[in-house]
Each structure stands twice: as C-alpha cells, then as structure tokens.
Design a protein around this ligand. Structure first.
Ligand code: FES
Length: 139
C-alpha cells in the first residue's frame, strides 16, 4: 500500500520530470535516465580523458573490431546533459571506422539529441573532444 511518503516521492519525481521536459528534448531525458554504454572499459584500444572548462571530466573508451569501432563506452562526473551526450555519442560511433567517427562534430551530436539548451552546448563539445582524443590515442 502506498504511504504518504511514497506519494510525496512520486509527486517530486513527476515534478522533476515535468521541469526537465520544459528544458530538454525527450531524447536527452531518455538518454539521461537510461544511459547506454556507461562504464570504464578494461584494456581499451583507445581512451580519451578530457576535463572541460566547466570542470567536469568525460572519459571515452573504444574497442576495435576489424578496423571498426566494435564497442564504445563512457564515464563522466558531469551534468545530466553530459551523460546524455556520452550515451548518444558512444552509441553513434559503433560500427564506424576511426576516420568516420573522427568526423563527428558537436553539431551532429546536438542534432542526434534534438538539441540542447545554449548553456549545455559545451557538454556536447566536451564529449566530441573526448572522442577525438580516444581516436588519437589509437593513431
Ligand atoms: Fe560540465 Fe555539462 S556542465 S559537462
């Protein structure tokens, strides 16, 4: 049976989600609440770690499979949008060659997320910079 406390928690969660929907796209919210490819990879083929101007760090790990990216994962201590960026970017690159992945621009990631508010655009730039470092670590 739901207690008053359960109902309060439910109401707070509903309010938080409603506030988030006013600012972020459904894709950002989905990737934030259910991030894919989250976690450090043991013995990766490529690794990038970049600290952004905001002070948050993004890590991206790549595992190659016959010259293509077979697996990618990320870790961040950053904001919600950075989690959405890491999840979406590491999903986008799977199956790409390193050259193809290196051509991904922050604009491409923003488009895949149906945009981010202006103050969160740097989170997408941080994710793409980290991917480029992971690719460069391999070259
Ligand atoms: Fe630092 Fe988003 S605010 S990564």
């Amino acid at each position: 049976m739901a207690t008053d406390f359960d109902r309060l928690v439910e109401e707070l969660q509903r309010q938080v989600l409603e506030d988030a929907r006013a600012v972020y796209s459904d894709k950002v919210i989905e990737a934030f609440y259910n991030p894919k490819n989250l976690g450090r990879m043991p013995e990766p083929d490529g690794k990038g770690v970049v600290k952004g101007g905001c002070g948050d760090t993004m890590e991206i790990y790549l595992r190659l499979d016959g010259g293509r990216i077979g697996e990618a994962s990320f870790m961040t201590d950053g904001c919600g949008p950075s989690i959405a960026c890491g999840s979406t970017l590491t999903t986008m690159v799977q199956g790409m060659s390193l050259d193809e992945a290196g051509e991904i621009r922050p604009e491409d990631l923003l488009q895949a997320l149906d945009g981010l508010p202006e103050e969160s655009v740097h989170c997408a730039e941080l994710a793409v910079s980290t991917l480029r470092e992971a690719i460069a670590s391999r070259a």
